[in-house]
Design a protein around this ligand. Structure first.
Ligand code: SF4
Length: 297
């Protein structure tokens, strides 16, 4: 050893060394093994070395939480894709059930279908369109004159005002043609986004939005595609997660699903092909966990 160099002696406590559990230190010429965590230099009340079990527990818990979060996302693209795939299998040719031969007839039938059934409306409209064969014929009426013809569809006073009012505006402002864009349709009395989407999608094949009627409202919530209750917000939620090319078909498929299986009360879950990916709280039969917030209403 060169002169003037004195080897540094380890302190008794071993504090000078950054030692880890199970390592060895030299002390007074002897090799000592640090056996316990208490011997470790940075052993303190909250150090990981002092409370490994606590740390594991903490890390385990957070891992659990994050794995749970990562495990289920109802609007994950793969889940939405699977829902759409199964709907395609179930209802490949779903379309509007309202009988019509023109955009005007479809508009009238859609206005009449509010709070009514398509079957009910289809009973009324053939005779109605025979009696008043054009938009102009409706525009020449007073609402009271139309009331007896549509009474059986319910809410006939308001519906009469809407139909006659829409006819007058179409004749006055749109040359007798139903306008085929959302903004103009929304200027017609009695026409909100749902009706406008039906006319644009079914007659015009224009995907400007998604029809949110009572079935789409209920089933989108059951399938956890939305947590909203307001039809406009539901439509926005669906437009975010469903590819635009599917907007028209999707609403028809869901409407059919609501009519055939996914009833408001007592849905036929046992016969439903979406059953094992549906966690609705109001299911009547389930092979999967049900989520308390996934309710039709
Ligand atoms: S499983 Fe039941 S609640 Fe879910 S979509 Fe099917 S019918 Fe509706």
């Amino acid at each position: 050893m060169p002169r003037g160099i004195t080897p540094r002696q380890p302190a008794r406590t071993g504090r000078q060394d950054r030692v880890a559990r199970g390592t060895f230190v030299r002390n007074r010429g002897k090799t000592l093994r640090l056996k316990t965590t208490a011997n470790l230099p940075d052993a303190g009340k909250n150090s990981p070395q002092t409370r490994p079990e606590k740390r594991l527990k903490r890390e385990g818990a957070s891992a659990k939480v994050s794995s749970k979060k990562a495990a289920y996302n109802p609007i994950e693209p793969s889940r939405v894709h699977e829902i759409l795939r199964r709907l395609d299998e179930l209802y490949p040719d779903a379309t509007c059930a309202l009988t019509h031969n023109s955009a005007w007839e479809l508009l009238v039938a859609t206005i009449l279908s509010a709070q009514s059934t398509d079957v009910n409306v289809n009973r009324v409209t053939p005779e109605l369109f025979r009696k008043y064969p054009s938009v102009e014929a409706f525009a020449a009426l007073e609402p009271e004159q139309l009331e007896p013809d549509i009474r059986s569809t319910g809410f006939f006073r308001n519906k009469s005002k809407s139909v006659v009012g829409a006819a007058k505006k179409i004749v006055a402002d749109f040359g007798g043609q139903v306008p085929m864009n959302m903004n103009d349709l929304l200027t017609l009395p009695g026409v909100a986004r749902k009706t406008a989407n039906v006319v644009l999608g079914t007659w015009g094949k224009i995907a400007d939005g998604i029809v949110v009627d009572t079935h789409v409202h209920r089933i989108s919530r059951r399938l956890e595609l939305t947590t909203n209750n307001d039809p406009q917000k539901i439509e926005q939620d669906l437009m975010q997660i469903i590819p635009r090319k599917k907007w028209i078909l999707f609403s028809h498929q869901i409407i059919w699903h609501g009519r055939k299986l996914c009833f408001a009360r007592k849905p036929k879950c046992v016969d439903c092909k979406l059953e094992n990916i549906c966690h609705a709280a109001d299911k009547t039969w389930s092979t999967v966990e049900m989520h308390k917030d996934a309710k039709g209403k």
